[in-house]
Design a protein around this ligand. Structure first.
Ligand code: PLP
Length: 450
């Protein structure tokens, strides 16, 4: 019998019970201890560390870019309570309800391009699966059944289920871990980088025209050579998120639209991270007035309260599916259009519509100012912002545990990855909250990496 080790009362029971029992995202069972959340309100989290010490921190991550209105927002709480008092869930096969229909109407009205139909999914990854299926069914119904591959760019991230993974960057997406299962799609080069700069109060995109032309020609050539096999193009518009917080010229979206039209491909825009104002446009597609055929939304859709995503498409695509042999889009999750999630999403989007522009521009200018000092650090290779997104890129990998701890000491919760220490604050953050975040990030990077 191993000797029983008494846990000192001062250690966090939640954390010691968690360790070795529960897997965390992309983390080993015996990895660094997580922090326990004791409370969450507004933009603040109350965290307990391993030793039982309590820290009140500003959430620089908005819970992976979802909690745009902060925690325990009275309007969202009220919407959740009201729907719980009616019904929390019913199946969607053969049944419908106001929360779903209201939300579908709202999404169709908000979305870029003439969207006409909505499919509700239960997570971002599942919505990507559905979008890919929709494109395959569309091509088959349009008499092009051999078109079964997708064209995308390097550096993308579209989720963790198998089809979504297959269009993620092959290296970052760790395709080598699942060699026999992942479909082989077509990867064009990552689009060139761009910078959104403000000049005399006007926003301008700065990028290298030559790089852009070379990129466009490469994608065009790939599409031309593989046209008979390709069903659709899928990309994250303007900002590649989990694939590296890479900002690229909106002009690339115009090029992709032209390529899609030329070679009869559908254009799928994954707006799961960029949708609902994050980049400074309601949808990132609007930076280039792009008219996608299919859009995926998720993350901020419910203000971070519940998992919900949606796939939107045009009347043309819908008509082709309805006229096909199958007649239906072949998917149907158990928790499709969950009424509780839809009610909260309706409340969240109503709030968002009133104030996102004002909020995002306040956060954006506070990030621009607050991250400036990072440019002077020896460990930093680039500092960039777009809308309510701020990124500090280092010359090498971040010491995640040390930077996280150093930021918590400065009252900020941040979760770096690879060579990136970034923030996507809740939109309700005040300029002071954003200043706290920026000081925390810059101070932590300086302390740990120099
Ligand atoms: C987060 C994300 C996804 C996956 O969403 P989940 O809800 O985690 O399944 C897909 N695409 C993009 C662009 C994302 O940022």
């Amino acid at each position: 019998m191993p000797e029983r080790v008494e846990t000192p009362a001062s250690l966090s029971r939640t954390i010691t019970r968690d360790q070795g029992l529960v897997w965390h995202p992309y983390a080993p069972l015996d990895g660094p201890a997580p922090y326990a959340v004791r409370a969450a309100s507004g933009v603040r989290l109350t965290l307990e560390d391993e030793r039982g010490t309590i820290h009140e921190v500003v959430d620089a991550m908005a819970s992976w870019w979802c909690a745009v209105h902060g925690y325990r927002h009275p309007t969202l709480d009220a919407a959740a309570h009201a729907q719980i008092d009616r019904f929390s869930h019913v199946m969607f096969g053969g049944l419908t309800h106001d929360p779903a229909v209201d939300l579908a109407e709202r999404l169709v009205a908000m979305a870029p391009g003439p969207m006409a139909h909505v499919f509700f999914a239960d997570s971002g990854s599942v919505s990507v699966e559905v979008a890919l299926k929709l494109a395959l069914q569309f091509q088959s119904a349009a008499g092009r059944p051999a078109r079964q591959r997708f064209l995308t760019v390097r550096g993308g991230y579209h989720g963790d289920t198998f089809a979504a993974m297959s269009v993620c960057d092959p290296v970052d997406g760790m395709h080598s871990a699942f060699p026999g299962v992942l479909a082989r799609h077509s990867f064009a080069p990552r689009p060139p980088s761009a910078r959104l700069v403000v000049h005399d109060g006007e926003q301008h995109w700065e990028y290298d025209e030559v790089e852009l032309a070379v990129w466009r020609d490469a994608v065009w050539e790939t599409a031309r050579l593989q046209r008979d096999e390709l069903a659709a193009v899928i990309v994250e518009p303007v900002l590649q998120g989990a694939g590296g917080m890479h900002v690229y010229p909106p002009e690339c979206l115009r090029a992709l639209r032209e390529i899609a039209d030329e070679f009869d491909l559908l254009l799928i825009l994954d707006e799961i991270a960029t949708g609902f104002g994050r980049t400074g446009r309601l949808f990132a597609a609007e930076w280039a007035d792009t008219r996608p055929d299919i859009i995926c939304v998720g993350k901020a859709l419910t203000g971070g309260y519940l998992s919900l995503a949606a796939v939107l498409t045009t009347a043309d695509v819908g008509a082709v599916i309805t006229a096909s042999d199958f007649r239906a889009l072949l998917h149907g999750p158990t928790f499709m259009a969950n009424p509780l999630a839809c009610s909260i999403a309706n409340a969240s989007l109503a709030l968002l519509e009133k104030r996102w522009q004002h909020d995002v521009s306040r956060v954006a200018s506070a990030l621009d100012d607050g991250l400036q000092p990072a440019r002077a650090l020896a460990s930093v290779s680039d500092v960039r912002t777009i809308g309510a997104v701020g990124v500090i890129q280092l010359h090498g990998p971040v010491d995640v545990t040390a930077v996280t701890r150093a930021a918590i000491e400065r009252r900020v919760w941040v979760r770096p990855f690879r060579d990136l220490v970034y923030t996507m604050p809740p939109y309700v953050s005040t300029s002071d909250d954003v200043a706290t975040i920026c000081n925390g990030l810059v101070g932590a990077v300086r302390e740990v990496h120099g």
